[in-house]
Write a protein that binds this ligand. Sequence first.
Ligand code: HPA
Length: 246
Amino acid sequence: MRLAVIGGSGLSRLEDFEQVRRETVLTPYGAPSAPLSFGRLGGMEIVFLARHGEAHTLAPHRINYRANLAALKQVGVTHVIAVAAVGGITPKMAPQTLVVPDQIIDYTYGRAHTFFESADAPVTHVDFTYPYSAELRRRLLEAARGCGLEAIDGGCYGCTQGPRLETAAEIRRMERDGCDVVGMTGMPETALARELELEYACLALVVNWAAGKTAGIVTLAEIEQHLREGMKKVRKVLKAFLSDLE
Ligand code: HPA
C-alpha cells in the first residue's frame, strides 16, 4: 500500500509529519494544487497533498482535481484518504462529529470530471455503486475507535459547487435527496479516484450546521473554531490509522 492523504480546509499541513522531500509533479492535466510532500507520519511513509494549495488559495471549483489524482497515481499511490470539512444536515451530524461517508451525490457543474474523454479512446463507464473503498472505510473507523473517538459509519455526502454556502431551501432539498452532510470538494475527486482504480475513502469533520438548520446564518467564525478543534481529532485518527498498518 502506498498511501496519500489529501488535506482539506484546516489541514494544509500535517503536524508531526517528517517531510523528507517535496516534488512538483506535472501531469497531462496540468499541475496539482501543490507540490507533493513525501514523508513519514506515525512511522509510515505517506504522500501529502494540500487540496486547496499550501496557502489555501484555491476555491473548490478551481481545484484541478484531475491533476491532483493523476499526480498521486504517477508517483505510485494506491490508497487515498481524503480529509474534508463539511456542514451537517441530518440530526446526528452536529459540529465536531467525525463521519466516514458511504455514499455521495454530485450537485457540482462545469468541473473537469473525467479522465475518459479522448476522442480516440473507447468510452469507459466505471462502476460507482459504492463510491468509497469498503476496506479503507473499515480501517478508518477502526482507527477512530482505537483512539477512543467516535466516527459515524456511513452517510451521504452531498457535494455542492460553492464557493458560496447553500440556501436553506437547497439544504432542505438535499435532505429530501438523502444527504447527511454537505461539502464542496468530494466531487469529482471521488469519481476520478475510481477511474484511476485508487482505493479512496473520506474522513469528514462536521464544522457547522448547514444553512437553515439553526435559527441564524452560517458564520465563518463558527466554522473556523470547529475546524481548529476538530482537526485535532482528524490528526489523531490519521496517526492511529498509520500506526495500525505497521
Ligand atoms: N456547505 C458546504 N460546504 C461546507 C459547509 C457547508 O455548510 N461547511 C463546510 N464545508
